[in-house]
Ligand binder design. Structure first.
Ligand SMILES: Cc1cc2nc3c(=O)[nH]c(=O)nc-3n(C[C@H](O)[C@H](O)[C@H](O)COP(=O)(O)OP(=O)(O)OC[C@H]3O[C@@H](n4cnc5c(N)ncnc54)[C@H](O)[C@@H]3O)c2cc1C
Length: 392
């Protein structure tokens, strides 16, 4: 059995960021993932500048041979008609392909990687966890996404008793050469259309020569019918290039304020979708995945050899301090505050205002400009913390 300081289960943005932040502090980290990389992940794939800062991403290097679509804002539309361009006139976000970003981050993490390795078994051996009878560590970080087996181990019941707060489906297709001049959506102003009740939105995003089209709904009632209606509407309105077709793939995940999941117990820490951390109301999950990975790493490294319970508490407190409190149940959305008959007209009026669309919808809801970036993790003298952790 290979002894490490931390075993991370799942090599998506949450797991790779946790691993990177731990390795930078001198810890010895193993990451396992059931898939071989590069692998696809159902996602629209927009990321924001605070993520670039926190991860110290060198965008010039990243863009070499990869898709990095600058985004200046969003075109915000309503189901009942009307749309407003919320253009910031500067780059406020980027479109990426998840198979590229996730692969890049995982390789860069500096951890020892085992891909094509699903978590099969996890058991206690004194003060350490033994994973698949191959690796052991005092800490296991569960970064396996919404259905993470480590999350189940500490009580998560995906699809069962817990609310499935977001259901989303999309297709991501390369545009054939004949379609590359298609100008239906400005690549720098991706198009999003809110549902009447503001409990979800559809999107058409062009990233380089790729097109990503999808719909995400909170609660997900009658999802297949609404998805079909949304796609039919796009075809009717000519918002999709002709002949573009791809398989729709769906996924579910939880929003932070509503997630009932515990995030840590007995040397197990959950990060990203495993903990249910996506931002409300945008459903942005990559930034909270990355930041929770960095916070989990900080909690583990803060007091090497600390009691399991105090690390768990430190991690929980840091999540609440950063992302706010959790209610553990579905909460009312902003639109629910309005009486029924007023809802659609008021929302339509608000969204038609360029200032509201820019400042509130895009600036606050989508870009989370109110939440400053986390600083990158410190680089410790290699080995210093690792020695302390290994003594557990
Ligand atoms: C349709 C859709 C569109 C979205 N669009 C956006 C967007 O534009 N921007 C944004 O910020 N967020 C978006 N999100 C949310 C975002 O995709 C997630 O929040 C984010 O991927 C969470 O990252 P993660 O690392 O926690 O999990 P994941 O990215 O799901 O990674 C989990 C990893 O764990 C591995 N794994 C799973 N089970 C096991 C196991 N048993 N053993 C070992 N490994 C395992 C998986 O193979 C995977 O590599 C979208 C989500 C959906 C569904």
């Amino acid at each position: 059995v290979r002894r490490a300081d931390v075993v991370v289960v799942g090599g998506g943005p949450a797991g790779s960021s946790a691993a990177w932040a731990l390795v930078r502090r001198g810890l010895d980290v193993v990451v396992i993932d059931r898939q071989r990389f590069p692998r696809d992940k159902v996602c629209a794939g927009w990321i924001t500048p605070p993520l670039v800062h926190g991860l110290e991403l060198d965008l010039g290097a990243y863009a070499r041979g990869r898709v990095l679509q600058p985004i200046r804002g969003f075109t915000v539309a309503m189901e009942d008609g009307g749309e407003t361009a919320a253009d910031f006139g500067r780059v406020v976000s980027y479109g990426i392909l998840r198979r590229e970003l996730d692969h890049f981050l995982l390789l860069r993490s500096g951890a020892e990687l085992f891909t094509g390795e699903p978590l099969r078994e996890i058991r206690r051996d004194g003060r350490r966890w033994v994973v698949n009878d191959r690796w052991s560590a005092p800490w296991v970080i569960g970064a396996g996404g919404h259905f993470c087996p480590v999350a189940r181990r500490i009580g998560a019941r995906p699809g069962g008793a817990e609310p499935m707060t977001i259901r989303a489906s999309e297709m991501e297709v390369p545009l054939p050469p004949a379609q590359r001049s298609w100008a239906g959506v400005d690549p720098e102003l991706p198009w999003i259309r809110f549902t009447r009740d503001l409990r979800g939105y559809g999107w058409v995003v062009r990233k380089g020569d790729w097109l990503n089209v999808g719909l995400g709904l909170q609660g997900g009632t009658a999802f297949p019918r609404r998805l079909e209606g949304f796609l039919d509407g796009l075809h009717r309105e000519g918002r999709l290039p002709p002949d573009v077709a791809g398989a729709l793939r769906g996924h579910a995940y939880l929003l932070h304020p509503e997630s009932p999941r515990r995030v840590a117990d007995d040397g197990l820490l959950l990060v990203g979708d495993a903990a249910g951390l996506a931002f409300r109301p945008s459903g942005e999950g990559i930034r909270p995945a990355v930041e929770s990975g960095m916070l989990a790493a900080a909690a583990i490294a803060a007091v090497p050899g600390a009691e399991l319970a105090s690390v768990a508490r430190r991690y929980e407190d840091s999540l609440i301090a950063r992302f706010g409190p959790r209610a553990g149940r579905v909460r009312r959305g902003p639109a629910d505050l309005l009486p029924g008959p007023w809802r659609a007209p008021v929302i339509r009026r608000l969204l038609a205002s360029r200032a509201f669309a820019r400042r509130v919808v895009v600036g606050r809801w989508f870009l989370r400009q109110d939440l400053p970036a986390l600083d990158p993790p410190p680089e410790a003298r290699p080995g210093r913390l690792a020695v302390a952790a290994r003594s557990l």
